[in-house]
Design a protein around this ligand. Structure first.
Ligand SMILES: Cc1ncc(COP(=O)(O)O)c(C=O)c1O
Length: 423
């Protein structure tokens, strides 16, 4: 069987060539994508990192970090090249057009008009969450997270001297849902002051419905719990699902809230771009501005400005192509994952959440099996909380042959495991 894809048709009928933006892309779709951006080292393939996390780096197919491993949008690459050629890299003012580009994008893509909301610049999602924890909670207070969930949340809460409170997602036949009764009970504790929501949810791929978010807003308003909605994957809802920004359901509920946004996951710009903190709450806005001023959080990296604006102004067709690629990759996984590995239903993100529980391996065995037998560097599910044990997360914003290669490796590893168990 041949699994090949050079170009995809967008919803608008445009042909997007995945290769457009990267003139020196190697021909090998599996290894060639990761160039050597010397003097840095690509984190996903860095041998020292791989050895630390997976025990070795030999021949691993690295699909463990949530970012797109396809040639990036040509308008972004062009903007960066133009900016580099300008020869001026000193202090630079952020023109209003940069934030305007974000809101125009949010309006066109998500039907979200947030022009009356405060929009603050922050170097990273992690920075915003840490600053918000300092602003709205006291040492020792509880911060709710919903595991299995993105690995950074708990360490930020702990490093801030706050207490992690878990409101685990429920796993039923139809996939994951929020446990709203448990959320109510946890929010009712007066020591609990904040909820970190992840929408779309990394790693389980849920795109929370308006009704679910309204319930969260109601519960958190009632118990005076501030909602920080991490919406960094917001552009990655897969058809037919619609990403509902928390800022759309919050008004009228009385909940205090803030949300994180930015182009880093959507367009693969984690090494360049700032993020945004959006809020309808004046006290949060003022507190964040004061902290930003004290810590100099908004320095204006000249390349970041160029990439940010180009992404939101001209990145739409590329994103359509990328999402179609992801949908096709999901179909391929669904059809060809070897028994008994399952694929959880996914509504958003480019992260496949593989169900490997039926292999009957415990947590250390599964981690070793993936790296040693399947030679895949995936994120083992327990990294996201013990609720994720038995699962693994795989980035599938990759060319079709890469998914095919991962499938071949999994299939061969499952066959070997079966043979060993039979003898
Ligand atoms: C849900 C979520 N939030 C935040 C981040 C990271 O954001 P930052 O690097 O800006 O802290 C990631 C990265 O994978 C993520 O998946």
């Amino acid at each position: 069987m041949r699994h090949e894809i050079d170009a995809v048709q967008t919803a608008a009928g445009d042909q997007v060539v995945l290769g457009d933006g990267r003139p020196d892309c190697d021909d090998d779709p599996v290894t060639g994508f990761f160039g050597d951006p010397s003097p840095g080292s690509v984190q996903a393939t860095d041998p020292t990192t791989l050895e630390r996390l997976f025990g070795h780096a030999d021949g691993l197919l690295p699909l463990w970090i949530a970012e797109p491993y396809v040639p990036l949008a040509a308008p972004i690459v062009d903007a960066l090249e133009r900016r580099a050629r300008s020869g001026w890299y000193g202090y630079e003012i952020r023109p209003p057009s940069v934030i305007e580009a974000f809101w125009r994008w949010a309006g066109a893509r998500h039907r979200w008009d947030g022009s009356d909301l405060a929009t603050e610049v922050s170097p990273s999602v992690g920075t915003s969450i840490a600053v918000l924890i300092d602003l709205v909670t006291e040492p020792g207070d509880g911060v709710i997270v919903q595991p299995p969930v993105f690995t950074d949340f708990k360490p930020i809460v702990r490093a801030s001297g706050r207490t992690v409170v878990t409101n685990p997602l429920l796993l039923g036949d139809g996939g994951y849902t929020m446990d709203l009764d448990d959320l109510t009970a946890k929010a009712a504790d007066p020591a609990t002051r904040m909820l970190i929501l992840c929408n779309p949810h990394n790693p389980v791929g849920r795109v929370w419905r308006a009704a679910e978010l309204e319930a969260v807003a109601r519960i958190c308003a009632e118990h005076d719990v501030v909602v920080v909605s991490d919406e960094i994957h917001g552009d990655l809802a897969l058809a037919p699902y619609r990403f509902v920004p928390f800022g759309e359901v919050a008004p009228g509920s009385g909940v205090r809230w803030a949300a994180t946004h930015g182009p880093l996951k959507t367009f693969g710009l984690a090494g360049v771009c700032d993020t945004l903190l959006v809020t309808g709450d004046e006290a949060i806005r003022d507190g964040f501005r004061a902290m930003s001023s004290r810590l100099h959080l908004a320095r204006n990296n000249v390349f970041g400005l160029a990439a940010f604006e180009a992404a939101y102004r001209a990145g739409g067709p590329w994103l359509e192509g990328m999402l179609e690629l992801v949908s096709g990759n999901l179909q391929l996984l669904d059809q060809e994952l070897p028994d008994p590995i399952g694929l959880m239903p996914i509504e958003g993100t480019y992260l496949a959440w593989l169900d490997l529980r039926s292999l009957g391996l415990d947590v250390p065995e599964l981690t070793r099996w993936l790296a040693d037998e399947a030679r895949l560097a995936l994120s083992p599910g327990h990294w996201f909380g013990r609720q994720g044990a038995g699962f693994a997360r795989m980035s599938i914003a990759v060319a079709r042959p890469v998914v095919a290669e991962a499938l071949d490796r999994l299939t061969a590893a499952v066959e070997r495991l079966d043979r060993r168990r039979r003898t």
